[in-house]
Design a protein around this ligand. Sequence first.
Ligand code: ASP
Length: 313
Amino acid sequence: MNNNFGIAVHGGAGTILRSLMTPEKEALYIKGLQEAIDAGHKILISGGSSVDAVEAAVMVLENFPLFNAGKGAVFTNKGTHEMDASIMDGKTLEAGAVSGISNVQNPVALARLIKDKSGHVFLCGSEAETFAKLMQLPFQPDDYFYEEGRYKQWQEVKDSDGYQLDHTVNSGEGKKFGTVGAVALDLHGNIAAATSTGGMTNKRFGRVGDSPMIGAGTYANNHTCAVSCTGHGEYFIRAVVAYDISCLMEYKGYTLKQACDYVVKDKLVKLGGEGGLIAIDKSGNIELPFNSEGMYRAYKKGNTDAVVKIYED
Ligand code: ASP
C-alpha cells in the first residue's frame, strides 16, 4: 500500500456567476460538495476501494436536491424524470451503465450492480428498472424527485421543441449543467470514476447524453486516469472526451494536465462543446478543467483539507 490517495467530485458546469448566486445557496452547494468528498474520503482512508468511494460520493450528490441527478433531476418533455448513470473500475476495466430510468433513488448504485451482477455493461429503461427491483434497490415516488427550480425551468420551455441544459441564463440562475460525478485513487493504487445525471430539461424521444456512456462521460484505467464529465452531452459524445484524455496519456505520453487542457480548452471549444470534467491519475494528480464560467467542484488529496470551488478563480 502506498500513502497516496485522493478524491475529486463535481456538481455540474456552466454559466455559474457570483452575481447570480445568493450567499445561502452558495453555502448549500459548498455543503453538498463537502459532504460528497467526506463520504468518499472516509472509505479511502480506511483502505476501501476507489469504486466504493466514487459510488458513495455520487450517492451523496444524488440525494442532494440542488444537483441535477437523483433527487432534483430535471424534467423531461413529459414532466417525468429519466436518469442516466455510469461507473468504471480502472483496475479491471469493468464498467456498468444505465440510461432512461425513473424512480430509482440512486442511479449510480444501479450502475454499480449492473457492473457487478448483470453480466452486461449497459442496461436501459424499464427493463433496467426490473433489474433494480431484482437487486432490491430503493425506489421513490415521482414527487421525491421534484425540485421547484427545476420545475420552473421546465415550465419555461415545455411548450417548445427546445431543450435546456439544466439552467439557462433566463432562468435567473445562469446556464449550468448539474450532472454530478466523482473520481478517486485508493491506497491500493486503483482508480475509478462515476457519473450521474437527469440529463437535459425538456428532453424527449429517449434522449441520452454522455454521462452513462463509457468513454464519453466516464472512463477509468489504472494505467492512465479516471475521468467524469459534465457539459453539453452531444459534444462530449462526439469528442469521446473521457477516453480521449486517457488515450492522449497512453499513446502520446501526455501528462494528465496536458491531456485535460488540450481536450477541454482546445478540442471541445473548437467543436462548440461547453462544459468541464474532473480527472485523477495513478500518481494522485488531480485536474478540474472547464471551458464555461464555472463548475461546482471539490477535491481532497490524502489528509489535506478539501478544496471546494464554484467559480473560475
Ligand atoms: N452531460 C449531461 C448530459 O448531456 C448534462 C450535464 O452535464 O448536466 O446529459
